[in-house]
Design a protein around this ligand. Structure first.
Ligand SMILES: Nc1ncnc2c1ncn2[C@@H]1O[C@H](COP(=O)(O)OP(=O)(O)O)[C@@H](O)[C@H]1O
Ligand SMILES: [Mg+2]
Length: 172
């Protein structure tokens, strides 16, 4: 299906532009992700700090016959245009905020795309003039949902992915 004002087709969903300030992530029959769960996790993270993209609302888009998660629109910029000293500051804030989310019981789990899935490795991390932001909480997990043992495993893995991202973000 051809969508109007399409921004991107990610691994699972299509994201369309709604306005200058909002985008909608579409959930159609062929998507395997769960809109309710994604909304809940996004709101959980939003309550802790502003690292994860801000949730607006859930809507049913009649024209497209699709459920839609409406969120803040982010305008990413390219980190290669900024000196390493500035990137280091952005990275440090990013790590602090991510640790804050971990402490609160939220783990993103999709920092680094697995190499067997097509697409850019770190495309869920967007750089803005205000610093790094995270999108796509589709496979994120809450401690209250998965329990302590699984949550700790996820966090351990996320810390490795943060190191990979650091290498990429500061050295390219
Ligand atoms: N809030 C947003 N602002 C700007 N672009 C976005 C936003 N959310 C998603 N996108 C774009 O849409 C793509 C797919 O969205 P994402 O939530 O990562 O879905 P998927 O689960 O399909 O990877 C992203 O890689 C990004 O290019
Ligand atoms: Mg994604």
């Amino acid at each position: 299906m051809k969508y109007p004002r399409k921004l991107s087709s990610g691994a699972n969903n299509t994201v369309i532009v709604l306005s200058e300030t909002e985008v909608g992530k579409l959930y159609t029959d062929d998507t395997r992700s769960d809109i309710g769960s994604e909304a809940t996790k996004m709101q959980f993270a939003n309550a802790i700090n502003s690292l994860v993209v801000r949730f607006s609302r859930l809507e049913y888009n009649e024209e497209l016959s699709a459920e839609m998660l409406v969120m803040e629109r982010i305008y990413p910029i390219d980190f290669r245009a900024y000196e390493v000293e500035i990137r280091e500051l952005w990275f440090d804030v990013f790590v602090d905020e991510l640790h804050q989310l971990h402490t609160a019981g939220f783990v993103h789990r999709d920092i680094q795309r697995p190499s067997n899935i097509a697409g850019l490795t770190f495309d869920n991390i967007l750089l803005t003039p205000q610093g790094l932001r995270l999108i796509d909480v589709g496979i994120s997990a809450l401690r209250t949902q998965v329990g302590d043992a699984i949550f700790e495993k996820y966090v351990e893995n996320e810390k490795k992915e943060i190191e990979e991202f650091k290498e990429y973000f500061l050295n390219r």
